[in-house]
Each structure stands twice: as C-alpha cells, then as structure tokens.
Design a protein around this ligand. Structure first.
Ligand code: ADP
Ligand code: MG
Length: 340
C-alpha cells in the first residue's frame, strides 16, 4: 500500500468505533467546542487560565504485556500517566488525544476486537471519572506485531499558579499522598503468576488500575497549600531527586514515616521498603509546603503523610538522607525500569 492510498477500511471502522465509544454530550464539556470528526479539535480553556500539556507513550512489552495485563488495565494506565502529570501541577483536564497503532491481526480477529473493546472500555471509564473528553487522535496499522499508543493530555490552571517541582523552599515539609510500594507489589505478583490477570477496575489495584490524584492536586493549588509538587511515577528515590535538583535543595526523610501500601505486606520488610522507595508507578503526589502551613491529614479523601524536610544544599551532605532508627544513610535514585 502506498502511503498516499486511501485509509483502509479497518482504520475507518476503528475511528468510527472510537467516535461512538467516546461520544459525549456537547453541553457537559464546555471546553471542547469541536471534538472528534474534523481536521482539528477546537478547545476553549476557561478565561484567566493557561494550558498545560503532557504526552506519554504506552508501548507493548515496555509498559505492558498483552499476555498479562487485561486490555482494560492497559487503556486505564495509558490515560492515568498523563492525568497524574496534570495532577502534579494542580491542573484540571481539558481534553485527551490518542494516537494508536494496532497490529493488522488485532484489527481482523475476534480476539483482537475483544482486546480493542477492552482497551477503550478501560480508557473511557477513567476518562469519564475525571471528566476528560477524548477530542481527537490518529489511527494507523502498526508495522510490527506491537501495540503502540501515545496519549496527549491538555489541562488548564489559573494563570501563573501551577505547582512546579522547582519552587520548593528551604525548610519546607515534605508530604506524600496515599501509600507507596503497592504498584510494585502487585506487579511482582502479576509477573510471578505469569498468566493473564482477571482484575477489574477498582481502587485496590495500584499497578493495574492506579488512581491519579487530580482532586488532591487541584485542592493544593486552590487552597494555596503547597510550594512545589511532583508525581511519583518513577519511585520516591528518583522523583524526590528530581524535586531536590530542580529546587536546589537537599532532603532528609524518615524511614519509619513512609506509608507502606497494604499489598507490600506479602513482601519481606526489605522488599516492601525497596518497593516503596524505588518501585515506581504508584502515581501518588509528593509535595512540599511551608512548615507553618497546617496541612490536613486527608485531602479529597486521600491520606496525607509527612515524610521529611527540605534543607539548603551543603557540602558533604547527600542530596537525600534517609534517617533509619539505626542512623542516617544516603538514598540514591534507583527507580525501576519495567520489562526492559
Ligand atoms: P485527518 O486525516 O484529517 O488527520 P483522520 O481521518 O485521521 O483525520 O481522523 C478523523 C477524525 O477522527 C479526526 O477528528 C481525528 O482527531 C479523529 N481520530 C482519529 N483517530 C483517533 C483516535 N485514535 N482517537 C481519537 N480520535 C481519533
Ligand atoms: Mg485532515
């Protein structure tokens, strides 16, 4: 097929399926003046707001395994990553755009169609939950037997007020939302079982169905509680390093204060701690706030835990010190690379 030939029927049918699956009542998404169907989408962000943009690749065998992850989980996680980035900056989702390359056999078999349906089902459920319309994208047959998806998310926030990782202040207290290590613990179980998971979307699947903290992020921004924030996608050790480097500060955190996810109980103590520090993909928020600000124990129903303090950089002091009851150790970034 030459690149100039007409779009194959498979792709047109798929776009039609997407349009039907993600059809929304025009009146509920006032920010989308024109969605799927024309050459471009037209967005109208609220006045006085600016636009935040993030993109994330979801590649088969890199970010998910077709033989282990339910299709709905892959659709959910694909959108969750970008929503978590918006949450970290205190933004509210405006619209999502999905570029999808699917292998020919997937488009032409019954099992393939089931996978596609499941993928859209998972994506749509999370999109609806966070009021995020799918406003466009691109669709193509994949040149290899690999599923590739790229999601672009646009969000909005009051002009000049987005939370950045670079705005932490010396003396700030450090907090995390929820609990850590659950995604890694669930992933270990999935890899060990080495068969397709039957899990359905619920809050108790931190790896398969992570819950981006959009309500916490926008609350932190609206109430002026935080100086800086970042989402925990690569693991606390790596993401805290990013925050420290961007803000030119060092951190001291207390090992015993780190909230461990209940799923880490099936691991040894060392493994549980490793999962919480380096496991990644928990999609919780890490933020800093003035020590004089009273930070609630819960925001939008999500527990908030103080884990440490930020300090001015000092020669001979590591970027991150982890204080154990037995004494301090240096914490180096050691986020985990999945399936690589
Ligand atoms: P064009 O050739 O003008 O770029 P397409 O035929 O690729 O348009 O797409 C037609 C419409 O369907 C566009 O509005 C586009 O945004 C939308 N679309 C195509 N693929 C997707 C997808 N994977 N997800 C969401 N919308 C899509
Ligand atoms: Mg066009």
């Amino acid at each position: 097929m030459s690149p100039r030939s007409a779009k194959p029927v498979g792709e047109l049918a798929l776009i039609d399926q997407i349009r039907r699956t993600f059809a929304t009542r025009a009146d509920i998404h006032t920010s989308v003046a024109l969605g799927i169907g024309d050459d471009c989408a037209i967005l109208r962000p609220p006045s006085g707001h600016e636009i935040l943009v993030t993109t994330d690749f979801t590649l088969e065998n890199r970010h998910f395994r077709r033989d282990l992850h339910p299709a709905a989980s892959t659709g959910h996680r694909c959108l969750a990553r970008g929503l978590s980035d918006l949450a970290a900056m205190g933004a509210t989702p405006l619209a999502a755009f999905l570029s999808l390359a699917l292998p020919g056999p997937l488009l032409r078999t019954r099992d393939g169609q089931r996978w596609i349906d499941g993928f859209f089902h998972g994506l749509r459920a999370l999109a609806q939950h966070h009021n995020t319309p799918l406003a466009g994208g691109d669709t193509s047959e994949s040149p290899a037997d690999l599923i590739l998806a790229d999601i672009i998310l646009l969000g909005s926030a009051p002009r000049g007020r987005s939370l950045r990782r670079s705005d932490a202040q010396p003396g700030d207290a450090l907090y995390v939302t929820g609990s850590l290590g659950g995604a890694h613990a669930e992933l270990i179980t999935l890899l060990e079982a080495n068969r397709p998971s039957r899990a359905k979307a619920s809050t108790n699947h931190p790896h398969l169905f992570p819950q981006p903290r959009l309500a916490v992020g926008s609350d932190l921004l609206r109430r002026g509680l935080a100086h800086s924030a970042i989402d925990l996608s690569d693991g606390l050790s790596t993401d805290l390093t990013h925050l420290c480097e961007s803000s030119h500060l060092r951190a001291e955190i207390d090992a015993i204060s780190i909230p461990l996810h209940p799923l880490t109980r099936r691991l040894t103590d060392d493994e549980a701690f490793h999962a919480a520090l380096n496991g990644g993909e928990d999609y919780e928020l890490l933020f800093s706030a003035s020590p004089r600000k009273r930070i609630p124990h819960q925001i939008a129903g999500v527990p908030i835990t103080r884990i440490g303090t930020l300090h001015p950089l000092r020669k001979n002091k590591p970027l991150i010190t982890l204080n154990h009851p037995t004494g301090p150790v240096e914490l180096k970034p050691a986020g985990w690379q999945h399936f690589s």
